[in-house]
Every structure is written in C-alpha cells, then in structure tokens.
Design a protein around this ligand. Structure first.
Ligand SMILES: NC(=O)c1ccc[n+]([C@@H]2O[C@H](COP(=O)([O-])OP(=O)(O)OC[C@H]3O[C@@H](n4cnc5c(N)ncnc54)[C@H](OP(=O)(O)O)[C@@H]3O)[C@@H](O)[C@H]2O)c1
Length: 168
C-alpha cells in the first residue's frame, strides 16, 4: 500500500503493535495521529517516534461516544483508521476468578470502541479509505483463562464482516 501523504489514525498507537505500525507508516511518508487514553503514554511514544511535523497525538477513550465524536471533529478527513486498542488487564482469569468489571473493560475497548470508531469515523474516510480493527488468535484457539478474550475477538470479527457489507 502506498502510504505517502496518507493521513492515518491509529488508536492504541501509544504502545505495542499500534506504536510499531505508527513507526512503519511514518517511515513510508504518512501523517499519523496516535490515540489512546493516557496522555503520558502518548507523549513518551511521540518522543520515541520523532518526526513532529508528521505526528499528532489525541487523548481519547473509545468506549465513550462523546469523546469519539469529538476526536473526529478534530481529525477532519482521514485515509485510514486503525484500532489496536484493548484494555485486557485482569481479564485473563479462570472462570471462578473472572470479575465482570474486567470483562466489561475488554468489551468496551475492543467491541464498543471499534463500533463507535466505525459510526463516527466512516463519514470522515476518503473514497479509498479503510478501517482496520485488530482482533486475536484467541477467537479461534482459546486457552484456559481466555474465555473473555476469545469471545470479544470473535465478536469483533463478526462486527467487521457486517460493517464491510454495510459500508460498501
Ligand atoms: N500482544 C499479543 O501477543 C497479542 C496477541 C493477540 C492479539 N493481540 C491484540 O492485538 C492488539 C494490540 O496488542 P498490543 O500487545 O500491541 O496491546 P497494547 O500494547 O496493550 O496496546 C493497546 C493500546 O490500547 C490503548 N487502549 C486501551 N483501551 C483503550 C480505550 N478504551 N480507548 C483508547 N485506547 C485504548 C492503550 O493505551 P491506554 O491504556 O493509554 O488507553 C494501549 O496503548 C490488541 O487488540 C490485542 O488484544 C495481541
């Protein structure tokens, strides 16, 4: 894919795969907005990535609709929207130890978040734009302690199939 001059929003871009993707896109000439809940994490990532002229940061919790709507007011038109976001702390537990609040945080970050990104972000996409949501192998190869991860990744893939039909 030719990334030159493309404008790309990467939610989860403050760490892990999102940060690696941001670096790759910047290397290929894109303008990148990295987003996540923690401003401090985004500032550290900004320092690591360099290229201040091609990089923006945006603090947003994608499980909150008002914040997602406000984010897209600020970004304007985009070529690509990516989410690697997942709040999985405390979610990998055996059934007796599962706490509903931890499970809810996973669903909010990895299912409702992408749903809201699609709802508010699709109208901002350029004609050849794309949405990319990262799921996980847990959807197909669940392990003990992985029931919540398995369920949310499978739900995300179901959502994406329906979005592909609807947004086409
Ligand atoms: N790493 C693996 O081995 C692996 C395996 C299979 C699948 N995956 C999936 O691949 C994706 C990326 O994994 P990773 O290891 O790169 O994860 P990571 O380093 O934990 O990054 C996830 C990012 O999501 C952000 N985030 C979490 N909740 C958010 C929310 N509600 N709103 C906005 N941002 C939010 C976090 O930043 P803040 O906390 O600052 O918001 C964080 O920077 C995840 O979806 C993960 O489930 C990973």
């Amino acid at each position: 894919m030719d990334m030159d001059k493309q404008r790309i929003l990467i939610v989860g871009g403050g760490s892990g795969m999102g940060l690696a993707l941001a670096r790759c896109c910047l290397d290929k000439g894109a303008t990148v907005i990295i987003a996540g809940r923690g401003e401090a994490k985004l500032d550290v990532a900004r320092g690591e990535l360099g290229r201040p002229a091609a990089l923006e940061t945006a603090a947003v919790d994608i499980s909150r609709e008002a914040e997602v709507a406000a984010l897209f007011q600020r970004t304007g038109e985009l070529d690509h929207i990516v989410s690697t976001a997942a709040a999985i702390e405390g979610a990998y537990r055996l059934l007796p130890e599962i706490e509903l609040e931890a499970a809810q945080r996973v669903v909010e970050s990895k299912f409702y978040g992408p749903l809201l990104l699609a709802k508010h972000g699709a109208p901002k996409l350029s004609a050849k734009g794309s949405l990319t949501f990262v799921s996980g192998i847990a959807a197909y190869r669940p392990a003990a302690r992985g029931s919540v991860a398995a369920a949310v990744n499978a739900a995300l893939e179901g959502l994406v199939r329906a979005l592909a039909v609807e947004l086409a």
